[in-house]
Design a protein around this ligand. Structure first.
Ligand code: IMP
Length: 452
Protein backbone atom coordinates (compact mmCIF):
# COMPACT_ATOMS: atom_id res chain seq x y z
CA UNK A 1 0.00 0.00 0.00
CA UNK A 2 1.46 3.34 -1.04
CA UNK A 3 0.45 6.54 0.75
CA UNK A 4 -1.83 8.74 -1.31
CA UNK A 5 -2.89 5.88 -3.57
CA UNK A 6 -5.89 3.64 -3.11
CA UNK A 7 -4.77 0.41 -1.53
CA UNK A 8 -4.96 -2.77 -3.56
CA UNK A 9 -8.10 -4.37 -2.15
CA UNK A 10 -9.59 -7.82 -1.75
CA UNK A 11 -13.31 -8.56 -1.49
CA UNK A 12 -14.00 -11.95 0.03
CA UNK A 13 -16.89 -13.88 1.54
CA UNK A 14 -17.06 -14.59 5.26
CA UNK A 15 -19.47 -17.50 4.91
CA UNK A 16 -20.13 -20.45 2.61
CA UNK A 17 -20.45 -18.32 -0.54
CA UNK A 18 -23.37 -16.28 -1.87
CA UNK A 19 -22.72 -13.42 0.54
CA UNK A 20 -23.15 -10.73 -2.13
CA UNK A 21 -19.48 -10.26 -3.05
CA UNK A 22 -20.49 -9.41 -6.61
CA UNK A 23 -22.46 -6.40 -5.47
CA UNK A 24 -19.56 -5.06 -3.41
CA UNK A 25 -17.08 -5.61 -6.27
CA UNK A 26 -19.45 -3.80 -8.61
CA UNK A 27 -19.58 -0.81 -6.24
CA UNK A 28 -15.81 -0.64 -5.93
CA UNK A 29 -14.81 -1.25 -9.55
CA UNK A 30 -14.76 2.35 -10.79
CA UNK A 31 -12.01 3.07 -8.25
CA UNK A 32 -9.70 0.38 -9.68
CA UNK A 33 -7.78 -0.32 -12.88
CA UNK A 34 -7.86 -4.10 -12.78
CA UNK A 35 -10.21 -6.64 -11.22
CA UNK A 36 -8.84 -10.12 -10.65
CA UNK A 37 -10.30 -13.53 -9.95
CA UNK A 38 -7.76 -15.83 -8.36
CA UNK A 39 -9.55 -18.99 -7.19
CA UNK A 40 -12.33 -21.43 -7.99
CA UNK A 41 -14.06 -21.67 -11.34
CA UNK A 42 -17.59 -21.87 -12.67
CA UNK A 43 -18.82 -22.97 -9.22
CA UNK A 44 -19.12 -19.28 -8.32
CA UNK A 45 -22.04 -17.27 -9.54
CA UNK A 46 -23.60 -13.89 -9.53
CA UNK A 47 -26.64 -12.54 -11.26
CA UNK A 48 -26.01 -9.45 -13.31
CA UNK A 49 -28.74 -7.12 -14.49
CA UNK A 50 -27.88 -5.00 -17.50
CA UNK A 51 -30.81 -2.68 -18.14
CA UNK A 52 -33.90 -4.90 -17.98
CA UNK A 53 -32.07 -8.14 -18.66
CA UNK A 54 -30.77 -10.54 -16.06
CA UNK A 55 -28.21 -13.27 -16.55
CA UNK A 56 -25.72 -15.27 -14.54
CA UNK A 57 -21.93 -14.98 -14.65
CA UNK A 58 -19.78 -17.76 -13.25
CA UNK A 59 -16.26 -17.25 -14.54
CA UNK A 60 -15.97 -13.67 -15.70
CA UNK A 61 -14.99 -11.28 -12.93
CA UNK A 62 -17.91 -9.02 -12.02
CA UNK A 63 -15.81 -5.99 -12.91
CA UNK A 64 -15.92 -6.90 -16.59
CA UNK A 65 -19.14 -4.89 -16.86
CA UNK A 66 -17.23 -1.67 -16.20
CA UNK A 67 -15.83 -0.36 -19.48
CA UNK A 68 -12.62 1.05 -18.05
CA UNK A 69 -11.58 -2.00 -16.06
CA UNK A 70 -9.27 -4.79 -17.23
CA UNK A 71 -10.66 -8.13 -16.03
CA UNK A 72 -8.11 -10.79 -15.14
CA UNK A 73 -8.52 -14.52 -14.59
CA UNK A 74 -5.48 -15.51 -12.55
CA UNK A 75 -3.29 -18.65 -12.45
CA UNK A 76 -5.25 -20.16 -9.55
CA UNK A 77 -8.59 -20.26 -11.38
CA UNK A 78 -9.78 -23.46 -13.03
CA UNK A 79 -11.45 -22.34 -16.24
CA UNK A 80 -14.07 -24.22 -18.20
CA UNK A 81 -13.33 -22.62 -21.60
CA UNK A 82 -16.69 -23.55 -23.08
CA UNK A 83 -18.56 -22.00 -20.15
CA UNK A 84 -16.35 -18.90 -20.43
CA UNK A 85 -16.97 -18.52 -24.17
CA UNK A 86 -20.71 -18.94 -23.45
CA UNK A 87 -20.62 -16.07 -20.95
CA UNK A 88 -18.67 -13.85 -23.33
CA UNK A 89 -21.13 -14.58 -26.15
CA UNK A 90 -24.17 -13.97 -23.92
CA UNK A 91 -22.79 -10.56 -22.96
CA UNK A 92 -21.84 -9.74 -26.56
CA UNK A 93 -25.42 -10.51 -27.64
CA UNK A 94 -26.50 -7.77 -25.22
CA UNK A 95 -23.96 -5.33 -26.61
CA UNK A 96 -21.31 -5.82 -23.91
CA UNK A 97 -18.05 -6.79 -25.66
CA UNK A 98 -15.71 -8.11 -23.00
CA UNK A 99 -13.01 -9.83 -25.09
CA UNK A 100 -10.79 -6.73 -25.50
CA UNK A 101 -10.65 -6.24 -21.73
CA UNK A 102 -10.23 -9.86 -20.63
CA UNK A 103 -6.86 -11.42 -19.75
CA UNK A 104 -6.51 -15.11 -18.88
CA UNK A 105 -3.39 -16.35 -17.15
CA UNK A 106 -1.26 -18.67 -19.24
CA UNK A 107 -0.72 -20.57 -15.98
CA UNK A 108 -4.45 -21.19 -15.34
CA UNK A 109 -5.81 -24.71 -15.77
CA UNK A 110 -8.58 -25.90 -18.09
CA UNK A 111 -11.66 -27.72 -16.85
CA UNK A 112 -12.62 -30.24 -19.50
CA UNK A 113 -15.71 -32.39 -19.89
CA UNK A 114 -14.19 -35.42 -18.12
CA UNK A 115 -13.70 -33.32 -14.97
CA UNK A 116 -17.42 -32.55 -14.86
CA UNK A 117 -18.40 -36.16 -15.52
CA UNK A 118 -16.08 -37.35 -12.74
CA UNK A 119 -17.50 -34.74 -10.35
CA UNK A 120 -21.06 -35.95 -11.04
CA UNK A 121 -20.28 -39.67 -10.87
CA UNK A 122 -18.32 -39.32 -7.61
CA UNK A 123 -21.20 -37.43 -6.01
CA UNK A 124 -23.81 -39.91 -7.21
CA UNK A 125 -21.78 -42.84 -5.93
CA UNK A 126 -21.12 -41.35 -2.48
CA UNK A 127 -23.46 -42.27 0.32
CA UNK A 128 -25.74 -39.56 1.65
CA UNK A 129 -23.55 -38.60 4.60
CA UNK A 130 -20.32 -38.25 2.69
CA UNK A 131 -21.76 -36.46 -0.34
CA UNK A 132 -20.26 -32.95 -0.57
CA UNK A 133 -23.06 -31.54 -2.67
CA UNK A 134 -20.70 -30.05 -5.25
CA UNK A 135 -21.84 -27.76 -8.02
CA UNK A 136 -20.81 -30.50 -10.52
CA UNK A 137 -18.69 -27.99 -12.44
CA UNK A 138 -15.59 -30.22 -12.36
CA UNK A 139 -13.74 -28.05 -9.84
CA UNK A 140 -12.37 -30.75 -7.51
CA UNK A 141 -11.27 -33.14 -10.30
CA UNK A 142 -9.51 -30.29 -12.16
CA UNK A 143 -7.59 -29.18 -9.06
CA UNK A 144 -6.72 -32.86 -8.46
CA UNK A 145 -5.26 -33.04 -11.98
CA UNK A 146 -3.32 -29.84 -11.28
CA UNK A 147 -1.68 -31.50 -8.26
CA UNK A 148 -1.13 -34.73 -10.20
CA UNK A 149 0.60 -32.60 -12.91
CA UNK A 150 0.99 -35.14 -15.72
CA UNK A 151 -2.74 -35.04 -16.53
CA UNK A 152 -3.19 -31.27 -16.27
CA UNK A 153 -3.83 -28.90 -19.15
CA UNK A 154 -2.94 -25.21 -18.85
CA UNK A 155 -3.69 -22.26 -21.08
CA UNK A 156 -0.04 -21.95 -22.04
CA UNK A 157 -0.30 -25.49 -23.46
CA UNK A 158 -2.95 -24.26 -25.91
CA UNK A 159 -0.34 -21.94 -27.41
CA UNK A 160 2.88 -23.88 -27.04
CA UNK A 161 2.44 -27.63 -26.57
CA UNK A 162 3.14 -29.61 -29.70
CA UNK A 163 0.87 -32.64 -29.72
CA UNK A 164 -1.52 -31.28 -27.07
CA UNK A 165 -4.56 -32.69 -28.88
CA UNK A 166 -3.10 -36.20 -28.75
CA UNK A 167 -2.25 -35.84 -25.07
CA UNK A 168 -5.78 -34.61 -24.29
CA UNK A 169 -7.28 -37.52 -26.25
CA UNK A 170 -5.11 -39.96 -24.29
CA UNK A 171 -6.07 -38.40 -20.94
CA UNK A 172 -9.77 -38.48 -21.87
CA UNK A 173 -9.52 -42.09 -22.97
CA UNK A 174 -7.77 -43.21 -19.80
CA UNK A 175 -10.22 -41.21 -17.66
CA UNK A 176 -13.09 -43.02 -19.38
CA UNK A 177 -11.52 -46.36 -18.57
CA UNK A 178 -10.89 -45.34 -14.95
CA UNK A 179 -14.44 -44.09 -14.47
CA UNK A 180 -15.85 -47.27 -16.02
CA UNK A 181 -13.74 -49.35 -13.64
CA UNK A 182 -14.77 -47.32 -10.60
CA UNK A 183 -18.39 -46.42 -11.32
CA UNK A 184 -19.31 -48.77 -14.14
CA UNK A 185 -20.05 -45.75 -16.29
CA UNK A 186 -17.52 -43.62 -18.12
CA UNK A 187 -19.20 -43.87 -21.51
CA UNK A 188 -20.47 -40.29 -21.38
CA UNK A 189 -16.94 -39.09 -21.97
CA UNK A 190 -16.77 -38.18 -25.63
CA UNK A 191 -13.08 -38.03 -26.56
CA UNK A 192 -13.64 -36.44 -29.96
CA UNK A 193 -15.79 -33.63 -28.61
CA UNK A 194 -13.26 -32.91 -25.84
CA UNK A 195 -10.51 -32.49 -28.43
CA UNK A 196 -12.86 -30.16 -30.34
CA UNK A 197 -13.44 -28.14 -27.14
CA UNK A 198 -9.68 -27.70 -26.79
CA UNK A 199 -9.45 -26.52 -30.41
CA UNK A 200 -12.29 -24.07 -29.85
CA UNK A 201 -10.64 -22.73 -26.70
CA UNK A 202 -7.40 -22.20 -28.66
CA UNK A 203 -9.18 -20.44 -31.49
CA UNK A 204 -11.46 -18.19 -29.41
CA UNK A 205 -9.29 -17.38 -26.40
CA UNK A 206 -5.82 -17.23 -27.95
CA UNK A 207 -5.66 -13.42 -27.85
CA UNK A 208 -6.76 -13.28 -24.21
CA UNK A 209 -4.05 -15.56 -22.87
CA UNK A 210 -1.04 -13.80 -21.34
CA UNK A 211 1.31 -13.65 -18.38
CA UNK A 212 -1.13 -12.03 -15.94
CA UNK A 213 1.39 -12.27 -13.09
CA UNK A 214 3.70 -9.90 -14.92
CA UNK A 215 0.72 -7.73 -15.88
CA UNK A 216 -0.28 -7.29 -12.22
CA UNK A 217 3.26 -6.57 -11.04
CA UNK A 218 3.87 -4.01 -13.79
CA UNK A 219 0.51 -2.40 -13.24
CA UNK A 220 1.19 -2.03 -9.50
CA UNK A 221 4.70 -0.68 -10.23
CA UNK A 222 3.16 1.91 -12.54
CA UNK A 223 0.64 3.12 -9.97
CA UNK A 224 -2.34 1.02 -11.09
CA UNK A 225 -4.72 -0.20 -8.41
CA UNK A 226 -6.02 -3.73 -8.26
CA UNK A 227 -9.20 -5.24 -6.88
CA UNK A 228 -9.12 -8.95 -6.07
CA UNK A 229 -12.43 -10.77 -6.20
CA UNK A 230 -12.43 -13.98 -4.15
CA UNK A 231 -14.90 -16.67 -5.18
CA UNK A 232 -16.91 -19.06 -2.97
CA UNK A 233 -16.44 -18.16 0.73
CA UNK A 234 -13.94 -18.44 3.57
CA UNK A 235 -15.84 -21.27 5.28
CA UNK A 236 -15.47 -23.27 2.04
CA UNK A 237 -11.68 -22.84 2.02
CA UNK A 238 -9.77 -26.05 1.31
CA UNK A 239 -7.53 -25.64 4.40
CA UNK A 240 -9.57 -23.57 6.82
CA UNK A 241 -13.20 -24.34 5.93
CA UNK A 242 -15.60 -26.97 7.20
CA UNK A 243 -13.53 -29.79 5.69
CA UNK A 244 -14.37 -32.06 3.87
CA UNK A 245 -17.50 -30.07 2.97
CA UNK A 246 -15.49 -27.39 1.22
CA UNK A 247 -14.37 -26.41 -2.26
CA UNK A 248 -10.87 -27.13 -3.57
CA UNK A 249 -9.20 -23.71 -3.49
CA UNK A 250 -7.99 -20.93 -1.19
CA UNK A 251 -11.00 -18.67 -0.93
CA UNK A 252 -9.74 -15.56 0.89
CA UNK A 253 -6.97 -12.94 0.70
CA UNK A 254 -4.42 -15.61 1.64
CA UNK A 255 -5.15 -17.12 -1.79
CA UNK A 256 -3.96 -14.02 -3.66
CA UNK A 257 -0.29 -15.04 -3.50
CA UNK A 258 -1.04 -18.54 -4.75
CA UNK A 259 -3.84 -17.76 -7.16
CA UNK A 260 -2.79 -14.42 -8.63
CA UNK A 261 0.98 -14.43 -8.17
CA UNK A 262 0.61 -11.13 -6.32
CA UNK A 263 2.19 -10.57 -2.89
CA UNK A 264 -0.57 -10.49 -0.24
CA UNK A 265 1.57 -7.97 1.67
CA UNK A 266 0.86 -5.45 -1.11
CA UNK A 267 -2.88 -5.67 -0.43
CA UNK A 268 -3.90 -3.00 2.07
CA UNK A 269 -7.65 -3.42 2.36
CA UNK A 270 -9.64 -6.62 2.88
CA UNK A 271 -13.41 -6.24 2.76
CA UNK A 272 -15.23 -9.23 4.21
CA UNK A 273 -18.79 -9.67 2.94
CA UNK A 274 -21.49 -11.27 5.07
CA UNK A 275 -25.24 -11.38 5.05
CA UNK A 276 -27.19 -10.27 8.11
CA UNK A 277 -28.05 -13.98 8.50
CA UNK A 278 -26.29 -17.17 7.33
CA UNK A 279 -26.86 -19.39 4.30
CA UNK A 280 -25.27 -22.51 2.92
CA UNK A 281 -25.83 -24.65 -0.18
CA UNK A 282 -24.71 -28.25 -0.40
CA UNK A 283 -23.93 -30.50 2.54
CA UNK A 284 -21.93 -29.86 5.68
CA UNK A 285 -22.29 -28.58 9.22
CA UNK A 286 -24.22 -25.38 9.78
CA UNK A 287 -24.52 -24.60 13.48
CA UNK A 288 -27.19 -21.89 13.28
CA UNK A 289 -29.39 -23.51 10.61
CA UNK A 290 -33.12 -22.94 11.04
CA UNK A 291 -35.10 -25.90 9.71
CA UNK A 292 -38.41 -24.23 10.55
CA UNK A 293 -40.78 -21.46 9.49
CA UNK A 294 -38.22 -18.78 10.31
CA UNK A 295 -35.67 -20.41 7.97
CA UNK A 296 -38.37 -20.65 5.27
CA UNK A 297 -39.27 -16.99 5.75
CA UNK A 298 -35.65 -15.88 5.40
CA UNK A 299 -35.26 -18.04 2.28
CA UNK A 300 -38.37 -16.57 0.67
CA UNK A 301 -37.70 -12.94 1.63
CA UNK A 302 -34.01 -13.15 0.68
CA UNK A 303 -34.69 -15.14 -2.55
CA UNK A 304 -32.16 -17.66 -1.34
CA UNK A 305 -31.87 -20.01 -4.30
CA UNK A 306 -28.47 -20.83 -5.86
CA UNK A 307 -27.30 -18.89 -8.94
CA UNK A 308 -25.18 -21.78 -10.20
CA UNK A 309 -27.41 -24.76 -9.44
CA UNK A 310 -30.79 -23.24 -8.49
CA UNK A 311 -30.78 -25.24 -5.24
CA UNK A 312 -32.68 -23.75 -2.26
CA UNK A 313 -30.14 -22.39 0.23
CA UNK A 314 -30.20 -23.50 3.84
CA UNK A 315 -30.83 -20.46 6.07
CA UNK A 316 -30.04 -19.62 9.71
CA UNK A 317 -29.12 -16.88 12.16
CA UNK A 318 -25.91 -14.85 11.91
CA UNK A 319 -23.00 -16.84 13.32
CA UNK A 320 -20.47 -14.46 14.89
CA UNK A 321 -18.14 -17.34 15.81
CA UNK A 322 -17.80 -18.47 12.20
CA UNK A 323 -17.73 -14.88 10.90
CA UNK A 324 -15.03 -13.72 13.33
CA UNK A 325 -12.91 -16.78 12.50
CA UNK A 326 -13.30 -16.18 8.75
CA UNK A 327 -12.51 -12.49 9.16
CA UNK A 328 -9.36 -13.10 11.17
CA UNK A 329 -8.13 -15.69 8.65
CA UNK A 330 -8.47 -13.08 5.93
CA UNK A 331 -7.10 -10.12 7.90
CA UNK A 332 -10.40 -8.35 7.34
CA UNK A 333 -10.29 -4.56 7.63
CA UNK A 334 -13.93 -3.74 6.85
CA UNK A 335 -17.22 -5.59 6.93
CA UNK A 336 -19.90 -5.33 4.27
CA UNK A 337 -23.12 -6.47 5.95
CA UNK A 338 -25.80 -7.09 3.35
CA UNK A 339 -29.47 -8.10 3.23
CA UNK A 340 -30.47 -6.13 6.34
CA UNK A 341 -33.79 -5.49 4.54
CA UNK A 342 -34.47 -9.24 4.40
CA UNK A 343 -34.72 -9.35 8.19
CA UNK A 344 -37.43 -6.65 8.37
CA UNK A 345 -40.59 -7.99 9.97
CA UNK A 346 -39.04 -10.44 12.43
CA UNK A 347 -40.09 -9.78 16.02
CA UNK A 348 -36.62 -10.74 17.19
CA UNK A 349 -33.36 -11.53 15.43
CA UNK A 350 -30.77 -14.02 16.63
CA UNK A 351 -26.97 -13.93 16.67
CA UNK A 352 -24.85 -16.91 17.64
CA UNK A 353 -22.28 -15.84 20.25
CA UNK A 354 -20.74 -19.23 21.19
CA UNK A 355 -21.02 -22.97 20.60
CA UNK A 356 -21.65 -25.53 23.35
CA UNK A 357 -20.12 -28.97 22.97
CA UNK A 358 -20.10 -31.68 25.64
CA UNK A 359 -20.42 -29.13 28.42
CA UNK A 360 -17.71 -26.84 27.05
CA UNK A 361 -18.05 -23.39 25.51
CA UNK A 362 -16.27 -22.96 22.17
CA UNK A 363 -15.47 -19.54 20.74
CA UNK A 364 -13.78 -20.73 17.53
CA UNK A 365 -15.00 -23.42 15.12
CA UNK A 366 -13.64 -26.93 15.73
CA UNK A 367 -11.71 -28.67 12.93
CA UNK A 368 -13.90 -31.76 12.92
CA UNK A 369 -17.05 -31.63 10.82
CA UNK A 370 -18.72 -34.16 13.09
CA UNK A 371 -17.99 -32.04 16.19
CA UNK A 372 -19.27 -28.94 14.41
CA UNK A 373 -22.36 -30.89 13.39
CA UNK A 374 -23.00 -31.67 17.05
CA UNK A 375 -22.41 -28.24 18.62
CA UNK A 376 -25.31 -26.36 20.07
CA UNK A 377 -25.34 -22.68 19.13
CA UNK A 378 -25.76 -20.15 21.94
CA UNK A 379 -28.14 -17.65 20.39
CA UNK A 380 -28.56 -14.13 21.71
CA UNK A 381 -31.89 -12.61 20.66
CA UNK A 382 -32.32 -8.91 20.00
CA UNK A 383 -35.50 -6.95 19.23
CA UNK A 384 -36.18 -6.93 15.46
CA UNK A 385 -37.56 -4.14 13.27
CA UNK A 386 -40.58 -3.96 11.02
CA UNK A 387 -39.72 -0.92 8.87
CA UNK A 388 -38.94 -1.35 5.17
CA UNK A 389 -35.26 -0.39 4.89
CA UNK A 390 -34.97 -0.32 1.11
CA UNK A 391 -35.43 3.44 0.74
CA UNK A 392 -33.00 4.41 3.52
CA UNK A 393 -29.70 5.96 2.40
CA UNK A 394 -28.22 7.31 5.65
CA UNK A 395 -27.01 5.17 8.50
CA UNK A 396 -28.59 7.46 11.08
CA UNK A 397 -32.02 7.01 9.45
CA UNK A 398 -31.99 3.24 10.05
CA UNK A 399 -34.36 2.09 12.82
CA UNK A 400 -32.69 2.06 16.25
CA UNK A 401 -33.05 -1.75 16.50
CA UNK A 402 -31.29 -2.23 13.14
CA UNK A 403 -28.43 0.00 14.31
CA UNK A 404 -28.22 -1.94 17.57
CA UNK A 405 -28.00 -5.17 15.58
CA UNK A 406 -25.20 -3.78 13.38
CA UNK A 407 -23.33 -2.45 16.44
CA UNK A 408 -23.56 -5.86 18.10
CA UNK A 409 -22.13 -7.59 15.04
CA UNK A 410 -19.31 -5.03 14.83
CA UNK A 411 -18.43 -5.73 18.46
CA UNK A 412 -18.63 -9.51 18.14
CA UNK A 413 -16.64 -9.70 14.90
CA UNK A 414 -14.28 -6.91 15.93
CA UNK A 415 -14.32 -5.00 12.65
CA UNK A 416 -16.22 -1.87 11.52
CA UNK A 417 -19.25 -2.36 9.30
CA UNK A 418 -18.36 0.01 6.47
CA UNK A 419 -20.99 -1.09 3.94
CA UNK A 420 -24.64 -1.79 4.79
CA UNK A 421 -26.91 -3.40 2.18
CA UNK A 422 -30.59 -2.50 2.32
CA UNK A 423 -31.70 -3.94 -1.04
CA UNK A 424 -30.42 -5.56 -4.23
CA UNK A 425 -29.91 -2.37 -6.27
CA UNK A 426 -26.58 -0.59 -6.32
CA UNK A 427 -28.18 2.48 -4.86
CA UNK A 428 -29.64 0.52 -1.95
CA UNK A 429 -26.36 0.68 -0.10
CA UNK A 430 -25.06 2.78 2.77
CA UNK A 431 -21.31 3.38 2.86
CA UNK A 432 -19.58 4.59 6.01
CA UNK A 433 -16.08 5.61 7.06
CA UNK A 434 -13.02 5.39 4.84
CA UNK A 435 -14.72 3.33 2.12
CA UNK A 436 -16.94 6.33 1.37
CA UNK A 437 -13.91 7.71 -0.48
CA UNK A 438 -13.71 4.64 -2.74
CA UNK A 439 -17.42 4.24 -3.50
CA UNK A 440 -19.23 7.02 -5.29
CA UNK A 441 -22.81 5.78 -5.52
CA UNK A 442 -23.95 8.79 -7.54
CA UNK A 443 -21.32 8.21 -10.21
CA UNK A 444 -22.31 4.55 -10.52
CA UNK A 445 -25.95 5.18 -11.43
CA UNK A 446 -28.77 2.67 -11.07
CA UNK A 447 -28.66 0.86 -14.44
CA UNK A 448 -26.60 -2.20 -13.58
CA UNK A 449 -26.81 -4.22 -10.42
CA UNK A 450 -25.33 -7.44 -9.23
CA UNK A 451 -26.61 -9.93 -6.68
CA UNK A 452 -25.47 -13.34 -5.57
P1 IMP B 1 -17.47 -27.47 -5.64
O1 IMP B 1 -16.76 -26.17 -5.45
O2 IMP B 1 -18.38 -27.48 -6.85
O3 IMP B 1 -16.55 -28.64 -5.58
O4 IMP B 1 -18.47 -27.66 -4.39
C1 IMP B 1 -18.01 -27.87 -3.07
C2 IMP B 1 -18.95 -27.22 -2.05
O5 IMP B 1 -18.82 -25.81 -2.13
C3 IMP B 1 -20.44 -27.50 -2.29
O6 IMP B 1 -21.10 -27.55 -1.05
C4 IMP B 1 -20.91 -26.30 -3.07
O7 IMP B 1 -22.29 -26.08 -2.91
C5 IMP B 1 -20.09 -25.22 -2.41
N1 IMP B 1 -19.81 -24.05 -3.26
C6 IMP B 1 -18.80 -23.92 -4.14
N2 IMP B 1 -18.83 -22.69 -4.69
C7 IMP B 1 -19.83 -22.03 -4.12
C8 IMP B 1 -20.32 -20.68 -4.25
O8 IMP B 1 -19.81 -19.84 -4.99
N3 IMP B 1 -21.42 -20.38 -3.48
C9 IMP B 1 -21.96 -21.27 -2.62
N4 IMP B 1 -21.52 -22.51 -2.45
C10 IMP B 1 -20.47 -22.89 -3.20
Amino acid sequence: MTTGRRPHTCVFGLGWGDEGKGKVVDLLCPAFDLVVRFNGGANAGHTVCVGDETFALHLLPTGVLHDDVIAVIGPGVVVDPIALIGEMDALAARGVEVAPRLRISDRAHLVLQYHKVEDQLAEQAADRDSRIGTTARGIGPCYADKMRRSTAVRFTDLLHEVGLDDRVAAIAESRRAALCATYGDGGVIDVESIVKDVALARERLRDNICDTTRLLHESADGGGTILFEAANGMLLDIDHGTYPFVTSSSTGPHGIGVGAGFPPTWVGCAIGVAKAYSTRVGSGPFATELCDDIGDRIRKRGKEFGTTTGRPRRCGWFDSIACRYAGRLGGVTDLALLHLDTLSGFEEVGVCVAYRYEGETLTTPPASASVLEAVEPVIEFMPGWCEDLQGIRNFDDLPQNTRNYIDRIETLVGVPVSIVGVGPERSQTIVRGRLADMIDLKRLGPATHVTQ
